[in-house]
Design a protein around this ligand. Structure first.
Ligand code: PA5
Length: 489
């Protein structure tokens, strides 16, 4: 159940152009760069129609050719998974995910996640947001029985994978001890992505060497996640995996929309995250999207405001300015979601993730005085999760900080946010705020579902199919062709 004080909101008041009383150069700048409430009102009707269209699309049994691909399964998936698990806990997808996750947690102290793009970035976002930054350095007892987590198979970088193997061979010597065992999940919807497939082949070699060529242990320590058909599925069959040990990514959910399929849920459960709270948050956001009026609907507001800033105010650069270090990977996940979904037919905003206050010291100058091609969405977390670090009093005050002795880092962050927003507003640079009450499974579920839904709505407003990524296939084809030619030489 969603607690009302945990709901995410979108506050775009700072971005609206004020009514002009007297003409001044500043008022003129505001009209040019801030959103006219009239324009927003004019579009509202159309946005509501787009919502109906998105709602109807998801019920289509037969998808006409011109609408393909239509990967709208992600919209109802969180609620469907919760319902299914309530009705038949053991036979449900969630039951299957939990069983495999528990087996992994009990069996290994290190867990490698192989996957790229949509099969990796959301999981990374969850790990960084919801686990300690120093998770892997903590002793086992302080990780509440969850393994250390590593990400690979997201690149063709040989040195990086080599360093993983090196670390595993130094730290894991006796496969009979849980603390020296490692396991892996290999995630690929198509089952044919080269980076992940090569990493998996190399990992299987390492496993055979460490656990023994035909050891039954290896199958127990591998959790494949893939589509219903494809090369990875075939490999699992050939390897003799039991059907219930291979998790399936539904056909109607695209890679970058797959965080609430086993792609994100299995690793989340292995990390010890509250998977149900994640799904509840996502399901609550779907419900709000479908049922709430524009004035309280963060999905519709975010999609509309950002669509208008891009198409009518010449602001093609969309900065997600994140006021929490722990959400940087979430920003990168959104970069991928937006770029792959909307970067089509010569259109689409360019996403940029900035992490504050760090990037005030790198990008801040450009945001304040550079080209006026940006809209900034602050991602603001209202309450920190841990006791705040205070400035405090010190005997030596050469740093002049005693004056702030009762202030803490959250106060510094808040002052920086307000100071920055004011500095931008003063020179007519528009900002809006996505407000997250705190970082939890429930709010992460809401946020990710909100951004996925908003991306679909924005795509429909633009007249672009947000699903599919035909452009990415080109490099894959070329890469495979080049490899084939050189392999034949
Ligand atoms: O959003 C997408 O579909 C892509 O980013 C894919 O997730 C990425 O290319 C990886 O594909 P696969 O899961 O098939 O290995």
């Amino acid at each position: 159940m969603q607690l009302p004080d945990e709901a995410i909101s979108y506050d775009y008041r700072n971005l609206l152009a004020p009514a002009i009383e007297d003409w001044t150069p500043a008022a003129e700048m505001h009209q040019q760069h801030f959103l006219s409430p009239g324009k927003l009102r004019d579009l509202t009707q159309r946005v509501l129609q787009v919502r109906s269209q998105v709602a109807t699309e998801r019920e289509l049994r037969q998808v006409p050719l011109e609408m393909q691909p239509l990967d709208s399964g992600f919209i109802d998936l969180p609620q469907n998974l919760l319902d299914q698990s309530r009705k038949s806990p053991d036979a449900s997808t969630l039951g299957q995910v939990m069983r495999i996750a528990q087996r992994m947690r009990e069996s290994v102290d290190r867990f490698v996640i192989l996957g790229i793009g949509g099969s990796y970035m959301g999981t990374r976002a969850l790990f960084d947001a919801l686990r300690s930054t120093y998770h892997n350095e903590l002793p086992a007892k302080d990780r509440s029985g969850t393994p250390r987590i590593y990400f690979e198979g997201n690149n063709a970088d040989s040195d990086s994978l080599h360093e993983l193997f090196e670390m595993l061979s130094i730290t894991c010597v006796d496969p009979d001890k849980r603390d020296e065992r490692w396991g892996v999940t290999v995630i690929s919807k198509s089952g044919g992505t080269l980076e992940t497939a090569v990493a998996y082949r190399a990992i299987r070699r390492e496993m055979a060497e460490y656990y023994g060529l035909h050891s039954p242990m290896t199958k127990k320590l591998i959790a494949p996640i893939t589509g219903a058909t494809g090369k990875l599925r075939n490999l699992c069959k050939a390897d003799g995996f039991a059907e219930e040990d291979v998790l399936t990514i539904p056909d109607d959910v695209g890679g970058r929309f797959s965080i609430f399929t086993p792609v994100g849920l299995l690793p989340a459960a292995v990390m010890g995250l509250d998977v149900r709270a994640l799904l509840l948050g996502a399901a609550a956001m779907t419900k709000r999207f479908l049922e709430e009026r524009f004035e309280t609907n963060p999905v519709l507001q975010y999609a509309t405001v950002n669509y208008l800033m891009n198409t009518q105010y010449q602001k093609p650069i969309r900065v997600m300015s994140i006021w929490s270090k722990k959400l940087e990977a979430l920003g990168l996940w959104y970069d991928q979601l937006l770029a792959e979904s909307l970067g089509k037919q010569g259109q689409g905003p360019t996403p940029i993730t900035a992490v504050q206050t760090r990037d005030l010291h790198s990008r801040g100058q450009q945001h304040q005085e550079g080209a006026r091609d940006k809209v900034i969405n602050n991602l603001v977390v209202k309450a920190v999760s841990q006791p705040p670090i205070m400035v405090g009093m010190a005997d030596r005050n050469e740093d002049d900080l005693n004056q702030y002795n009762r202030k803490g880092l959250p106060d510094v962050m808040q002052a920086a946010l307000q100071g920055t927003s004011k500095a931008y507003a003063d020179v007519s640079r528009p900002t809006a705020d996505i407000v997250m009450p705190t970082i939890s499974e429930h709010t992460m579920g809401q946020l990710m579902q909100m951004l996925m839904l908003a991306t679909v709505v924005e795509g429909r407003l633009m007249g672009v199919n947000p699903y599919g990524q035909p452009g990415v296939e080109m490099y894959k084809k070329n890469m495979q062709a080049l490899l084939k030619t050189s392999a034949a030489q």
